[in-house]
Design a protein around this ligand. Structure first.
Ligand code: UT7
Length: 370
């Protein structure tokens, strides 16, 4: 029997602090008009000092679980797609697992830059389809503000922080993620990278002095690549799913630059209105951009049950990919007050469990004689 992966919950979290183009014009040599006309971005959200990739990811995941009417204990798998993980290791996904109290879940990070959320959806769907897993949390989360050089006008105006999450659940009913594509071309790895801090250039005084711990990008080359692959990946996934392009209700593209989205719409011969666009309010939140856009589109009634939607993205690697989704379940969330309160209790229990496990480890190591 074919098993499908349905999206039964979705959630997003963005920091409260907003940085406008006007604010940026006072920080670097740029103007409100340049940023808006070249990118379509008006403002972006920036994490407060106490917010991190894991905290935003956990908030988004809680929203998604709440809507799905599921507890963290029912989750088998957590994948966090991120380009700004909490650490190189442990995986941000493990920190999220601990904070949620998802005691039965395996957890790992997935690195495919801005295409990461699509890659993670594809991986989770396959794991559900093959029968090993029932429910997965797929999260895209970023605090790019921590790895951007705030003196480099070519990059700092583009990015923002945030997180988005989906809960996937196995179902025998046709729908959910119907087809996907994943592509890569490492020959373009130098076009968009964070050069230092890994094994190639371990962090040193020199790497910091040269600013190699910041995002480095060849904007025009990435732009050229993006306009090409957005079109090819959209066409490819519709072919794979056997659905005509004109029968697609919505396209949710990676939110990097409005001009890239406009060019893709033109090349595909589709009206821009069919595309979900929110880059003006969030900037480029990398792996989080697609799930945040989906959450807002569902909220605004732009994605409805029965709709066929294409998610399409591109990013560092180079990577690109797409997913065809039939939006079947409208959310079965238990929004009742008792469910919300119960969820809050679970949050406290998860924190207590984490403390107890740490304390137990300390006591054991005190008595342990190897
Ligand atoms: O998730 C994937 C992430 N990356 C992307 O999607 C980026 C794709 N690329 C782009 O979106 C665009 O290439 C950018 C928005 C980054 C740049 O736009 P552009 O139209 O390609 O500009 P450019 O890099 O060709 O630069 C044009 C001019 C240059 O000045 P000169 O040499 O013509 O005098 C830049 O120095 O604009 C200048 N410039 C700026 N001026 C004011 C670059 N950044 C700024 C800025 N403010 N922030």
């Amino acid at each position: 029997m074919t098993r499908y992966a349905h999206i039964v919950g979705w959630g997003m979290s963005v920091p409260r602090r907003v940085l406008t183009n006007g604010d940026l014009a006072q920080m670097v040599d740029t103007s409100e008009d340049w940023i808006l006309s070249r990118t379509g971005i008006r403002e972006r959200h920036i994490a407060e000092p106490d917010q991190t990739t894991a905290s935003l990811a956990t908030d988004a995941a809680r929203q998604a679980l709440l809507l799905a009417g599921l507890t963290p204990l029912q989750i088998d798998l957590i994948i966090v797609a991120t380009s700004s993980p909490e650490h190189i290791f442990p995986a941000t996904a493990c920190l999220v697992q601990d904070r949620l109290g998802a005691t039965h879940a395996g957890a790992f990070d997935l690195s495919a830059a801005c295409t990461g959320f699509i890659y993670a959806l594809a991986v989770a769907t396959q794991m559900i389809a093959t029968g090993g897993y029932e429910r997965a949390l797929v999260i895209g989360a970023e605090t790019l503000s921590r790895i951007v050089n705030w003196q480099d006008r070519a990059t700092c105006v583009l990015f923002g922080d945030g997180a988005g999450a989906f809960v996937l659940q196995a179902s025998a009913q046709e729908g959910g993620l119907l087809a996907h594509t994943m592509h890569s071309d490492g020959s373009g790895g130098d076009l968009l990278s964070l050069p230092a801090g890994g094994s190639r250039f371990p962090t040193s005084k020199e790497t910091v002095e040269k600013g190699l711990h910041y995002v480095s990008m060849n904007g025009p080359e990435v732009y050229r690549f993006a306009t090409r692959v957005m079109v090819s990946a959209t066409r490819e996934v519709t072919r794979k799913a056997g659905i005509r392009l004109r029968d697609i209700d919505r396209i949710v593209p990676h939110q990097a630059n409005l001009r890239i989205i406009e060019m893709a719409a033109k090349s595909l011969g589709l009206p821009l209105e069919r595309f979900v666009v929110n880059v003006d309010r969030y900037g480029n939140t990398s792996t989080a951009s697609i799930p945040i856009a989906v959450c807002e589109a569902v909220e605004a009634g732009k994605i409805k049950p029965g709709n066929r939607i294409v998610l399409v993205g591109f990013g560092a690697g180079l990577t690109w990919g797409s997913a065809m989704i039939e939006w079947v379940i409208a959310g079965q969330g238990r929004q009742a007050a008792w469910w919300r309160s119960g969820f809050f209790l679970l949050r406290i229990l998860a924190r207590m469990r984490s403390w107890l496990l740490q304390a137990q480890r300390r006591v054991e190591s005190f008595f342990w004689r190897g």
